[in-house]
Ligand binder design. Sequence first.
Ligand SMILES: [Zn+2]
Length: 67
Amino acid sequence: MAKYYGDIPCIKIGDKIHITVNATSCLCGKKYTYGKPTSRNDLSSSNIIWRELEAVSCDVCKKKYRQ
Ligand SMILES: [Zn+2]
């Protein structure tokens, strides 16, 4: 059984899952617009998703979260 870290507010940008710090940016410093497409090439909307740390695919976000 995987170690449980608890749920973390995450945001999917492109094909990576980042950890959010507020409504407009991630732990790694990447900005996003809540509920709106992040770019012309990525028309999927950004909505907060609750995931465990293991589900976060942005290495910078993960590293900073553990510090
Ligand atoms: Zn990130």
